[in-house]
Structure formats: structure tokens, C-alpha cells
Write a protein that binds this ligand. Structure first.
Ligand SMILES: [Zn+2]
Length: 255
């Protein structure tokens, strides 16, 4: 049984004391690949160094996170673009809109998101989309691009059935993580209506830890708890969840 973690930040300092052991635990748990979304310039070196150290396990993405869209976002975007033109990345991410923490830069967030979607279309790279309190806005901006010109994942999907259908009919996938195991999130009701062929697994480590470790640091080895939950909701085996979601991840990101 093999898994792919399609969205994980294991280059962050949260793992600085036990990163090698954490990766060993992931491999032992069947995780074959990790997609690493970027945040901003402060973490690019850490991200790229880790991918260099584990070239068959860690696959880099490049992009500007919506929470890092501030006064200097144009400089940040220039750096993203320059990296995209100089080395291989497996996706553009994480990009999107976040109206939860701070609404000061809403217009700049929209512009940065749109610009990076244009780059994704130009470079034919999949995207990893972050949306918080902004899912319909994200869907609307993505749909400005004709169906088939973009591909990718709505990471940490936590929307309703209508939003899930809109996204999957457009040809995108839903990234499912620890939130699926949270009792009050209501995601299980939505997932009942979505075929596993539209799902990929993710941890978003060190965040969004699944039950039974909720509240602690998350890591890719915990992917199996998400897979078990999906298996329960869809009434299929964990092996089937692993096989389908890993195949989806390979298809989307070309890993
Ligand atoms: Zn993330």
C-alpha cells in the first residue's frame, strides 16, 4: 500500500530536530512521495535544500502563499517567476485567497492569484490552491480560464457538495487531509457524494493533524488516518483509497 502526500511543509523548522526520523516514519508508513508547496522567499532555501537531499521523495512546488501577499508582493512574485524559469518544479503552489486572517490585501491577493494561474497555464504546471473563507472567489477566478487550460488541486478542501461538484466538473481534484477526521467539520457528508477518482491525500504538515493526534504536530506518516476515514465514508478498502489517490497524484503532478 503506497501513499502520496500532495501538500506538506516538512521543510519548516517544526521538523528541525527529527526530520530524518520523521521521513523514515513516512516511508515506513507507505508514503512514496511528498509534494512541497512554497510559502514565500523566507522558506525557499529550506524547501529546495530538502528536495535536493531527497530527490526521489520530495518534489518542489513554487508559488506565493496568499497570507504572504503584503506590500512587497511584487518582489515576491518576481522571485517565484525567476525560479520557475530556472529549474524544475512539479506545480505552482501554494496560491489562492485567504480572507480569514487578514483582509488588508484582498485586491493584491486576487492579482497575485490570477498572475500565478497565468503562469501555471503558460508553463503547463498543475496548481495547489489554498482558500480560506474564499472558496467561491477562488472557483470564480479559476473559471476565468477555459476548462482544460489549468489543472490541479483545491488543497484542504472543506466546502459543500455544490462547490465540490463545480471543482471536479471543471477538472480539478480535491485535496483531503486531517479535516476529514474532525467530527464537526461536516466534510464526510460532502465526500459521500464525490467519487474517490477526484480525491488526493494530503497532510498540510505540520498543520491540521488528523484524529487521533489532533492538536499535535502533523507529519506525512499520519496520511493513513485520512485514508482510513475516506475508506469508511466511501465504503471501500484503505488499499483502494491508497491506490486511487496515489494514481491521481501521479497523474496530476507527473511524479
Ligand atoms: Zn499549506
Amino acid at each position: 500500500m503506497t501513499f502520496a502526500d500532495t501538500h506538506t511543509h516538512i521543510y519548516l523548522s517544526d521538523f528541525e530536530n527529527d526530520r530524518e526520523q520523521m521521513i523514515e516514519r513516512a516511508v515506513h508508513a507507505g508514503v512514496k512521495a511528498c509534494l512541497l508547496p512554497a510559502i514565500d522567499r523566507s522558506e525557499h532555501t529550506n524547501l529546495l535544500n530538502l528536495c535536493q537531499k531527497y530527490p526521489t521523495f520530495c518534489f518542489p512546488m513554487m508559488g506565493l502563499h496568499p497570507c504572504s501577499v503584503k506590500e512587497n508582493y511584487k518582489e515576491e512574485l518576481n522571485e517565484v517567476y525567476s525560479l520557475l524559469t530556472t529549474r524544475k518544479f512539479y506545480g505552482i503552489g501554494e496560491i489562492g485567497l485567504d480572507f480569514y486572517w487578514d483582509k488588508t490585501f484582498v485586491e493584491e491577493q486576487k492579482e497575485a492569484f490570477f498572475t500565478q494561474l497565468e503562469w501555471a497555464s503558460h508553463f503547463k504546471l498543475p496548481v495547489s490552491i489554498h482558500s480560506r473563507n474564499a472558496l467561491d472567489d477562488c472557483i470564480q477566478i479559476v473559471k476565468y480560464f477555459p476548462k482544460g487550460t489549468l489543472s490541479g488541486v483545491f488543497h484542504c478542501f472543506a466546502g459543500n457538495e455544490r462547490q465540490a461538484k463545480e471543482i471536479t466538473e471543471y477538472g480539478f481534484y480535491l485535496g483531503i487531509g486531517g479535516v476529514a477526521t474532525y467530527k464537526n467539520a461536516g466534510l464526510d457528508a460532502t465526500l459521500k457524494h464525490i467519487a474517490p477518482g477526484f480525491l488526493v491525500l494530503e497532510t498540510d504538515a505540520p498543520y491540521l493533524t488528523p484524529v487521533p493526534f489532533r492538536g499535535k504536530r502533523n507529519e506525512p506518516a499520519y496520511l493513513k488516518y485520512v485514508a482510513e476515514k475516506i475508506a469508511m465514508i466511501k465504503n471501500i478498502t484503505v488499499e483502494e483509497v491508497a491506490e486511487i489517490t496515489t494514481r491521481n497524484a501521479q497523474k496530476i503532478f507527473g511524479i
